[in-house]
Design a binder for this molecule. Structure first.
Ligand code: NAD
Ligand code: DAO
Ligand code: ZN
Ligand code: ZN
Length: 370
């Protein structure tokens, strides 16, 4: 079949919206019509060429919501008409990782997914006979996409796909990092570095965890308005403290440091600040941001010797097939918000404008509606 898609032909070049060829689902695969997809910083990161795993030509997009159109042989857990969220972190339920009880990082299709291919080692997308790669196993910047069965979460069909698509990455990542990875305890002091879709979701997670104080940190003070509406209590622009390292500012403001900090930018210098603003003896810093190829984190080891802890979190530690439907239900019950994060709704033809809005810091999320 043909599908409209935004193709990234090369790093650093605008996406080109055009018709491409899409082969139907093979064994263990499903064809999904994407109804809406968010545009995440990670898509921009890969498009920029900084992603060490970035491959081209590719159809980006990983924050989608859609409806199953057709299933391949052997597929039993979903059927045409089911509403699904594509999962860049699949859940096979049987691999060593899935059965460990310690991680959401299913490895069943990791190797082929990392190469931009379906589990059988081929791509379903092509143009004039030339293959185009899949991205993160999802490729939601195509109106129709083929996904492995283990990479779709079946959700409540009453949920609005133009909102819950953001549970395919940003919102789940932020809330999950607080509730699953850090396990923030009531009354805690929390620092959030970077107030994009991820950082704003961390704030929501911190409110859900009943944190006592939530420090919101960003170089763009316009972000403080929404951070305050979501429940942040303190607002810090590092540009206002040029002569003092920001970790020192935070340690002084919080009687020795925060209980938990979250880096939601992908800046290795900020990762250091986020660790070092943690309280001696117990403070934990969670890295969520994805840093560019070849970059490394550093701190004095004594920071760890004296009790601070560095952790990382992918997709908020959430297991997609078994746990994401519960997040959709919690959103439907009003336990957290998604709607204010949708700053702009654009057609696929304006997807490059969505990237511009992100780079200009004017949106939390643009949502592409097909
Ligand atoms: P975003 O671009 O929307 O937001 C980043 C925010 O950081 C912006 O508000 C920006 O003003 C602020 N910022 C930039 N430099 C700063 C600095 N030096 N100090 C303070 N604030 C600064 O990005 P996003 O979509 O929220 O994603 C954030 C990061 O999370 C990215 O690196 C993305 O790749 C990563 N990510 C990780 C996961 C995961 O599972 N670990 C999932 C999704 C996204
Ligand atoms: O299992 O090795 C692996 C890879 C898991 C992918 C997790 C990606 C999380 C960070 C990327 C940002 C997502 C948009
Ligand atoms: Zn993302
Ligand atoms: Zn698995």
């Amino acid at each position: 079949m043909k599908t409209r898609a935004a193709v990234a032909w090369a790093a650093g070049k605008p996406l080109e919206v055009e018709e491409v060829d899409l082969d139907g689902p093979r064994t263990g695969e499903v064809l999904v019509r994407i109804v809406a997809t968010g545009v995440c910083h990670t898509d921009a990161f890969t498009l920029s060429g900084s992603d060490p795993e970035g491959l081209f030509p590719v159809i980006l997009g990983h924050e989608g919501g859609g409806i199953v159109q057709e299933v391949g042989p052997g597929v039993t857990s979903v059927k045409p008409g089911d509403h699904v969220i594509p999962l860049y972190t699949p859940e096979c339920g049987v691999c060593k990782f899935c059965t460990s009880g310690k991680t959401n990082l299913c490895q069943a299709i990791r190797v082929t997914q990392g190469k931009g291919l379906m589990p059988d080692g081929t791509s379903r997308f092509s143009k004039n006979g030339k293959p185009i790669l899949h991205y993160m196993g999802t490729s939601t910047f195509s109106e129709y996409t083929v996904l492995p069965e283990i990479a779709v979460a079946k959700i409540n069909p009453a949920a609005p796909l133009d909102k819950v698509c953001l549970l395919g990455c940003g919102v789940t990542t932020g809330i999950g990092a607080v509730l699953n990875t850090a396990k923030v305890t009531p009354g805690s002091t929390v620092a959030v570095f970077g107030l994009g879709g991820i950082g704003m979701s961390v704030i929501q997670g911190a409110v859900m965890a009943k944190a006592g104080r939530i420090l919101a940190i960003d170089m763009n003070p316009e972000k403080f308005v929404m951070a305050k509406q979501l429940g942040a209590t303190d607002f810090i622009n590092p540009a206002d403290y040029k002569d003092t390292p920001i970790q020192q500012v935070i340690v002084e403001l919080t009687d020795g440091g925060v209980d938990y900090s979250f880096e939601c930018i992908g800046n290795v210098k900020v990762m250091r600040s986020a660790l070092e603003c943690c309280h001696k003896g117990w403070g934990e810093s969670i890295i969520i941001g994805v840093a560019g190829a070849g970059q490394e984190i550093s701190t004095r080891p004594f920071q760890l010797v004296t009790g601070r802890v560095w952790r990382g979190s992918a997709f908020g530690g959430v297991k997609g097939r078994s746990q994401l439907p519960g997040y959709v239900d919690r959103y439907m019950k009003g336990e957290f918000k998604i709607d204010p994060f949708v700053s702009a709704v654009l057609p696929l033809e304006q997807i490059n404008h969505a990237f511009d809005l992100m780079h200009e810091g004017k949106v939390i999320r643009s949502v592409i509606q097909y």
